[in-house]
Write a protein that binds this ligand. Structure first.
Ligand SMILES: Nc1nc2c(ncn2[C@@H]2O[C@H](COP(=O)(O)OP(=O)(O)OP(=O)(O)O)[C@@H](O)[C@H]2O)c(=O)[nH]1
Ligand SMILES: [Zn+2]
Length: 206
């Protein structure tokens, strides 16, 4: 099925049940216009007018797969899947936006610069790259395909809220998703709070 309710085209390519350590989900794999695989994990009945607990998770191979302590992504992913299961209804979109959109090679180059003392923003700048290239058109198209128009968004990032709303999805509430800092990611989280406007509680930053 192809969705054309927005300028962004997505194709629903495959779906199946997915039992996980967090609980049961349905996995739906979409192909976007660039033939990138975009993933939705859904739980419960998403129809109806009640806002749907939703997480837009930007791919982070190092954090999500390898358990990197450089960021909070892996723990946020687990916390979001747990929260959706506890609510009994929700959706997690796993968006192929590695490194805030710059890709894995560039993210690891940026990490190497962060090892030398640059923060996450200045490292991207030193590489001549944008700070954040993500847009949420694909996410909005997938949500519409799932029948989701109003969400309670699990995020600390105000740009994600405005980005999704600009693509026609209503965010009725922000649900914080903050993980306590560790010694490796404390400066990264502080930079996100001070320089990128992330809504982080200072008591959870070291
Ligand atoms: N370029 C770059 N990308 C990073 C870095 N650390 C994590 N990322 C990527 O940033 C993305 C996660 O974005 P964050 O800004 O941490 O969080 P967010 O998803 O925007 O906001 P939340 O919804 O609050 O989690 C993932 O794609 C990661 O791969 C870094 O130091 N440099
Ligand atoms: Zn990460």
């Amino acid at each position: 099925m192809t969705t054309e309710s927005s300028p962004v085209l997505i194709t629903r390519a495959a779906m199946a049940d997915l039992p996980t350590k967090f609980g049961h989900f349905q996995i739906i794999v979409y192909l976007d216009a660039e033939q990138k695989e975009q993933i939705a994990l859904t739980c419960g009945d998403l129809n109806g007018s009640e806002p749907v607990l939703t997480r837009l998770h930007s791919e982070c191979l190092t954090g999500d797969v390898f358990g990197s302590h450089r960021c909070d992504c892996g723990e946020q992913l687990a916390a979001a899947l747990n929260a959706i299961q506890q609510a009994g209804r929700g959706v997690l979109l796993y968006l192929r936006q590695e490194g805030r959109g710059i890709g894995l090679v560039n993210k690891i180059r940026a990490y190497a610069l962060q090892q030398q003392g640059l923060d996450t923003i200045d490292a991207n700048r030193a590489l001549g790259l944008p700070i954040d290239t993500r847009d949420y058109g694909v996410a909005a198209a997938i949500l519409r395909d799932l029948g989701v128009h109003t969400v309670r968004l699990l995020t600390n990032n105000p740009a994600k809220i405005t980005g999704l709303e600009e693509c026609g999805i209503t965010v009725s509430e922000r649900v914080p998703l903050q993980i306590p800092a560790n010694v490796y990611n404390a400066l990264y989280l502080l930079a996100k709070q001070l320089r990128m406007g992330h809504l982080l509680d200072s008591r959870m930053l070291l």
